[in-house]
Structures are given as structure tokens and as C-alpha cells.
Write a protein that binds this ligand. Sequence first.
Ligand code: SF4
Length: 466
Amino acid sequence: MKEACGVVGIVMPGRAVSHLCYDALYALQHRGQESAGMATFQNQQITVVKDNGLVSHVFAETTLRALGGSLVIGHTRYSTSGSANWTAAQPVYRAAGASGFALAHNGNLTNTHELADAANVEFTSMLSDSDLVAELLSLEVDSGVTLDDALANVLARAEGAFSMVVLEAGRIHAVRDPYGFRPLCLGRLGTADEPEGWVVASESPALDVIGASFVREVAPGEMVTLTEAGVTSRQLLTPSLEGEKLCIFEFVYFARPDSYLMGHQVHTTRRRMGELLAEQSSVAADLVMGVPDGGVPAAEGYAKASGVPFGYGLVKNRYIGRTFIAPDQRARAAGVRRKFNPLRENIEGLRLIVVDDSIVRGTTTQALVAMLRDAGAKEVHLRISSPPFTWPCFYGIDTPNREELLAANHSVAEMSEFVGSDSLEFITLENLRAAIHLEGECCDACLTGTYPAPVPVALGARGGRW
Ligand code: SF4
């Protein structure tokens, strides 16, 4: 599974903020590595710089120095909608209104074709859903509507997931969809008595890294507007009657461990998932290890609760670029070897409990188990800190079709046989919820098939449930 973008917006009166935006985007690099971009406002003009590649590749020091202005928005992209080429990099710009506007989006809209048809806009596969929103906003702004009202009009018709930042002359708007599928938080530079600036970002570490304090999460359906004078809030869209539906996989896998979501530090919830998994499914073993990085905090929790020693059995290469869908098992094993290498002396002759965060197609897990056995592991017992992944995501996470999801088509015993483990257990949904202290406030559609927001009819949705 791949995350689908990170967004940032910063206002700091009297200061050029492109370097701050760079650091904040760097902290959100895990949310998308295909492209990075920024839009700044200076001298009544918006300037956009974006390109394919990592944040550090796209922005040289000279570029950052040239990007003046006290208002900036930024984006890191992983594509789930539209093309992955340069034209899909964000922010997207439209020359509508006095200064034009630039827009950056995390999420995925599920009714793009209906939106485009209703407005008579041609929507090709080369366009992203973010381009479409920009196009619809332009039509409104060109007809004399303010950008705030244009956002209200267009986003009221949009279905799906969006945490969006939009820059116009002197203002940054940050909007979260009525379900709050994707995270978005507000921070402050300076003190509460003497604020020096304001920040919005997908995750709280982007605030930490630039010395901003976390203020609060942007509420579902809310729009906060940042200007040099301060922050204002408007309930732009009616929040979902079911309450917030933040993606539960932000806790399991996507968000950084040092992020705070719904008041909980993500690392703490991952350790707790491991503890509950141990209580749920114990097995005699010599060592508990996590698959780096996602499985490590849960492995620590598992070891603590089970009394089995924790250790390291795999080293991960952190400099892997884009990976490809490997055509056969041999190529997949090569792909896994490129990413992981076993610590032979730590695992040789041992019965291992291996904790990972998820199984999607199962092919990576299969290659990983084979690698551990080749390195001398006597037994491999897999423990997974998310329930079986049985339904695709339509809200901004890139997942395979249902036919390719291992858990959608096989029993746990069959899955264990397929990946070659001695045993396999998944955390239950109740325990996952208990680990996050949830009372129903998260989306778990890919685990349950109950989709909170409508999904594309063409893909078989019936009344929000497949
Ligand atoms: S369907 Fe799954 S991956 Fe998608 S938003 Fe919901 S919980 Fe997250």
C-alpha cells in the first residue's frame, strides 16, 4: 500500500517561508516520493516550483532563496488518481481571479466523472482529481465568486477524501472533507501571546521540525484560513452524521510514529497493538522481531506482553527508490533482497515471532519468510498488527483490486500456507480499536467492506456497502 500525499501551508509575516516549507515537506516525505512542489505568494504574484523526485532533489538552495514571500503551500505526491508524470505534480495553478490560485491535495475523489460532466469539463485519464477541482474552482472564480465561496460550492458536490490547501493573494485556505479521512492539523509559530505565524500540515512532525506548536486538528468539513493577521475558521461543509472517519491505517502504517492523531501518539498505539496481539495469540518462541519499519513498535509491544525477548532480525535499506511490480516469484525475491537483509547471527536456529503491519498481496511476505528460513530461522510465526485486508480503498490509498488481495480470497490457514509460515495470526478489529482507544471514529472500510462515503458506482457500490 502506498500513501497518497502530504500537504503544508505556512504564513509568517515579514519572513520568506520557503525554507520552512522545505523542512516541513521533508518531514512528510514518507507520504509521497514521486514529486514535490511549492507555491509562494510575493509581489501580488504566485510562483509555483514543482518536479518529479524527492523534496531534496526538487529544491536546491538557490531555488529556495529565489522563492520569496511570506505565504507558501507545499506538496509531496504519490499518485492514486491521474498520471504519475510531471504534469500531475502539485501544487496545481489556475490564473483565475486577481492573482490566480494554487492548490495541493491529499486524498481521492470518488465522483470525478459526475463532477466533470455536470460542469461540462473534459476529464481525461491524464488529469488528476486535484486538476479537476482546480478547473471547477476557476469556473466559479471567473464568474465573480470569491475563492472561499467557490470552495464551498465545489467541495459540497465532491465525494471522497480531501485534505486540501489553497493559496490565493494574501491567504491560505485549508479544508478537510466532511469525514476527515486524511489528517490535517493546525500549528502556531511563536507563542500563544505573541504568535509569529501559522501552519497547517498533514502530520504534526511537520510542525515540530520548524519549531511550531501543535494547536489542534482541523475538524471534518472545516476550512481554516491563514493570513498575516491570524487564523479564521468556517464550517464550510456539513460534517458526516457518523462523526470523524480518519483512516485507521494512519495509525497502523502510514503516519510517522511521532505523529499525534486524535490526541494519541502513533508509536504508543502501535506498541499497544503488539501487546494486544500477544494476549490474543501466544506461541512458544525464542525471539520477537518486527519487519522494519512498520512492524517494529508492535513487535516491542508483543515482546513486552509475552515475555519473549525482543531483537532485530532484518536490516532495511532506507535508500530504495521506486519499486516495481515484479512479474514472478524470483523477481519478487530479488526485490525483497534489495530492501531487506537478515541478521543471520541473531536468528540462526531460533523460533521467531515476526510482527508486520499488514499483508496485502502476500508476495512480499512470502519472500520475507523464505529469506528468514534461508538465514537459519527454525520456525517463523507471523503476527500481523492489522486485521485481514479484504476490500480496496477508494479514499486516497493505492490498493490492488479485490481479486489480488490475499485475504479477500483465502482463509487464514491458506494464507499461512501461501506465505510459508509455521503459524499466522491477525489482530482482531476489536483489539485494533482498543489499541487506538477508538469508539467508532475511524474508517475501516478495507477491513469490513462498510464504506462511510459513496464509492464509484461503476466499481460496484450499492448503498455505501459492497
Ligand atoms: S478504506 Fe482503508 S485505507 Fe482507505 S481510508 Fe478507509 S481505512 Fe484507510
